[in-house]
Design a binder for this molecule. Structure first.
Ligand code: SF4
Length: 111
């Protein structure tokens, strides 16, 4: 009898844990959407990947020989920001916003 009681107890604990995990997963699923609505954290030019790709927040400040006049994030194929907004997501840097006036060596002109 007592072993059945303890089995029920562990089953209850498991169910509680499972319910808690589901709740956390549900919240985690909602959070990125909330963060996106309010803008993502800005990509830091000192981020290792940003540095490797020569990212700058102001395209006029780059000394990179790959820079082509007129190029910036707002006219890049990988930029997903809205027109007129100062920052927006970039496919190359998931989870971060880049400056519309920024630039990096991965720049590709929008078709
Ligand atoms: S890939 Fe394009 S949008 Fe992304 S940081 Fe580089 S230039 Fe900007």
């Amino acid at each position: 009898m007592s072993s059945k009681g303890s089995m029920n107890e562990s089953r209850r604990s498991f169910l509680k844990l499972a319910a808690g995990t589901a709740a956390v997963a549900a919240v985690a699923g909602i959070l990125p959407r909330v963060a996106r609505a309010g803008g993502l954290p800005h990509l830091s030019p000192s981020d290792p990947t940003a540095k490797a790709l020569g990212y700058v927040e102001d395209h006029t400040k780059t000394k990179n020989p790959a820079y082509k006049p007129g190029a910036d994030c707002s006219n890049c194929l990988f930029y997903e920001g809205k027109a007129g907004e100062a920052w927006g997501p970039c496919k190359i840097f998931p989870g971060k916003d880049v400056a519309a006036k920024g630039w990096c060596v991965s720049h590709q002109n929008k078709a």
